[in-house]
Design a protein around this ligand. Structure first.
Ligand code: CP
Length: 334
């Protein structure tokens, strides 16, 4: 089975993996996967995802291989049926067919263009991997999803809020940023929290809507799990009662085809920075961000370094959740 959007094992499976990650962090012995091989392909930069996947693979006694097309490997053509007379040296389908024979799991990071909505929704890189790998594929962040982040977030919620996350109030707030960013992380926060039945509030300025297809899916998951999803443009109001505040900047679904206009709008929204005064409106919420973060743009130093910041624990759990997932995918889990 592929791990594409983090819902593959259902709510119980996600919670079991998160609980296992907390056990591993507490010192449980990992179930070895000696002789197994993971190849991780990065089409975009990474610190946490790359380092945690590499460390988790090694900690299980398996071998990680990191490949960066266009840097230490041939640049890849992703479009189907094109005459390859441009800069790309190898078609993605061919590269993946080969890599799938060298590894037991392939993993890949591929950010969206933010230019063509239908192309981004189609996830051409992840789709090519899942079609041609012949082995399970792990999504290391794509146009729509970041399931490894979602698993670490779930483990963070479990650690702080206890085993039953149903009905726990969480607020995801849009935050300022100098650049247009993908919506994979906010999509994942929404999906992962809805999956486990949390009471999710999403706050964003007008014009920064998430993909309605994704929101509808999250609403369905939340309803099935005993939670709900609410969307608001009132950031301060969204803090009321929140036990968790997740900050992230993203580009708007409606911004496709009008990114310059969106950038001008974004430049007026500096008031959405998460600061202590905003956090004080919540129910002593823990602050989360996937990192990397622009300090004093997305979040103030005082909040990020404060006693209610869970952001660095969240990042640390990337290692343990990666180990828990690899244990399961390699057949070592209970
Ligand atoms: N949160 C996260 O995925 O970090 P990296 O982009 O550094 O991997």
């Amino acid at each position: 089975m592929h791990f594409f959007d983090g819902t593959e094992y259902g709510a119980d499976g996600a919670l079991t993996l998160a609980a296992r990650a907390l056990e591993l962090r507490a010192g449980a012995t990992p179930r070895a996967a000696l002789g197994k091989r993971l190849a991780a392909v990065f089409l975009n930069p990474s610190l946490r995802t790359r380092a945690s996947m590499e460390a988790a693979t090694t900690a299980l006694g398996a071998s990680p291989q990191i490949i960066q097309p266009g840097k230490d490997a041939w640049s890849l053509e992703v479009r189907k049926g094109v005459v390859m007379d441009g800069s790309a040296s190898e078609h993605i389908a061919d590269a993946v067919r080969v890599l799938g024979q060298y590894a037991d799991i392939l993993a890949v990071r591929a950010f969206p263009s933010l230019v063509d909505l239908e192309e981004d929704r189609a996830e051409p890189v992840l789709s090519a991997f899942m079609e041609h790998a012949g082995v399970p594929v792990i999504n290391l962040e794509s146009a729509l999803y970041h399931p490894m982040q979602g698993l670490a977030d779930t483990a963070t919620w479990l650690d702080h809020l206890g085993p039953d996350l149903r009905g726990q109030p969480i607020t995801l707030t849009w935050a300022p940023h100098p650049k247009a960013l993908p919506a994979s992380v906010p999509n994942q926060v929404l999906l992962s929290s809805a999956l486990v039945g949390m009471d999710v509030t999403v706050a964003h300025p007008e014009g920064f809507e998430l993909d309605p297809q994704l929101v509808a899916r999250a609403e369905g998951l939340a309803a099935a799990g005993g939670g709900r999803v609410r969307i608001t443009h009132d950031q301060a109001g969204a803090m009321k009662g929140a036990r968790v505040v997740v900050a992230k900047s993203w580009s708007g679904f409606s911004g496709y085809g009008r990114r310059e206009e969106e950038a001008a709008h974004r430049a007026t929204l500096g008031g959405w920075t998460v600061d202590q005064a905003l956090m004080d409106l919540s129910d002593q919420a823990g602050f989360m961000h996937c990192l990397p973060v622009r300090r004093n743009v997305v979040v103030s130093d005082a909040v990020l370094d404060g006693p209610n910041s869970w952001a660095f624990e969240e990042a640390g759990l990337r290692l343990w959740t990666a180990m828990a997932l690899l244990e399961k995918m390699w057949g070592g889990a209970r």
